[in-house]
Design a protein. Sequence first.
Length: 295
Amino acid sequence: MTVDDNARRSVDMLLSVLDLSSTEARTTEDIFTGVSHPMPTGRIYGGQVLAQSLVAAERTLPEERVVHSMHGYFLRPGDASNGLTFSVDRIHDGRSFSTRRCQAFQGGVPIFSMIASFQDEDPGIEHAAPFPDDVPDPEDVASDMEYIDAVHPMTGRMLADRPADIRHIDGPLMLEAGGELVAHQAVWMRLRAPLPDAPGLHRAALAYLSDMTIQESILRRHGMSWSTPGLKVASLDHGMWWHRFGRADEWMLYVQESPNARGGRGLATGRVYSRDGDLLASVAQEIMIRVPDAG
């Protein structure tokens, strides 16, 4: 991986965001604090608080008990200029499984609420949905970074500062939708600079990446782009299942589709594969989507 100074800075910023501080303050819960990386919009990126909540929950568990599923709700917009407080409730610890609830707070009110389950590695039956056919290699797909000069300056800044290299196989939705009205897409993604080898850090980074682009299968179905006038999109909830370990600084294919949109909401699902074809994770997210004069 060729890494320039800006790529290294953006990933180092992500590492600092995921490096939560523990506090002595405690009631029946463990308390951690964290910061946000700067955002041109001023709002916290949802994948950030997902990843931070996972880090907080894992801090209360032995290293060998790892996350296999999480379900979270985005309750309020977060302010990227202010710090966050994370409270972890140790709901249950069994012989093989543990359950944790984590809430992220700003200004004394929760902005995100998550419950996650953790398990010791156990042998068992195994199968997985296959890697899709006829997918171009990431080296043959244009990076979103190539569009920096063509988009709005705020969007260009977000792309330049983003720690992820995202490559849309059917082209990004920053300017126009283009192509067929289909409810699916696939993107290659990885972090722009190497991470340390800590497995928990790669799981958290994958949670961070999982909130990026998954909404776009809904937009493509209706011929919309992120620049559609009056478009309003907000994540409502997010579910994720980790199946196998994968490094977030190596190429992963994120295959996404939307089975339904109705009532101002859209549902999107995704599967994350390693470049070698291993199914690493499954994702589901429902969003609020509002378009002027929508039927």
